[in-house]
Design a protein. Structure first.
Length: 224
């Protein structure tokens, strides 16, 4: 087991523009791959942006001006939105040999499921669909998404959890390429505001657990 370092990279008024966060990911990944850093998870909030993964189809994309940039990225999956009220987690972690990306995704899903359960939301996996879902009372509702890339044995990109975000941003795209579903959030499911600050310690505890971290440490951006 190795230690897991958590870095709070920017929330609220200090929310991180996507391209700045992506560059931070790349730098952190390079240092982790070179064994200059331990496993490190960047936690942050983005300013509004759509990111299109490798499998995004033309008809998944917004028509006209969506009010936020659309950025092509090197993760798996299709198009989604990131922005205020959504917790982004980028675990830059070395995967054990033999590398099993599906197992890593399942562990990340489990972290999201446990986090939602702690707050009183029953989230689950849906066969054939990525991410974490809430069911009942209508179409399946997606509350958490995962998109991973592995290079040199080290994972990057990661997960998003809809805490207290404006869900109308998802109406402008076919989120994750799935048409017959809706987006939801912890706030919407619980009928009360659930800020990111309330969710952060739960995500940290459960991520450390599913990854088998020996200890957890908090560092600032300046310390990595």
């Amino acid at each position: 087991m190795s230690d897991l370092v958590f870095v709070h990279a920017g929330f609220g008024e200090q929310a991180v523009p996507y391209e700045q966060g992506w560059e931070l990911q790349r730098r952190t990944h390079e240092r982790r791959a070179a064994e200059e850093l331990p496993d490190t998870c960047l936690l942050l909030e983005h300013t509004p942006v759509y990111t299109a993964g490798k499998r995004t189809e033309p008809w998944d994309r917004p028509v006209g001006d969506p009010g936020a940039p659309v950025i092509e990225v090197d993760r798996g999956g299709k198009i989604t939105w990131h922005g205020p009220g959504m917790l982004m987690g980028y675990p830059i972690v070395r995967l054990p040999d033999p590398i099993d990306v599906v197992e890593y995704v399942r562990r990340t899903e489990e972290m999201l499921i446990r986090t939602c359960a702690d707050l009183g939301v029953e989230a689950l996996r849906v066969e054939g669909r990525s991410g974490v879902w809430v069911q009942g009372g209508g179409p399946d509702r997606k509350i958490g998404s995962i998109g991973i890339r592995v290079s040199r044995g080290v994972a990057m990109h990661g997960f998003q959890l809809n805490c207290d975000c404006d869900l109308t941003w998802f109406d402008k795209i076919v989120a994750c390429g799935i048409r017959d579903v809706e987006a939801t959030s912890l706030t919407q499911e619980l009928g009360r505001r659930v800020p990111i600050a309330e969710v952060l310690p739960l995500v940290e505890r459960h991520l450390a657990d599913v990854l088998g971290a020996a200890e957890t440490v908090h560092r600032t951006l300046a310390q990595i």
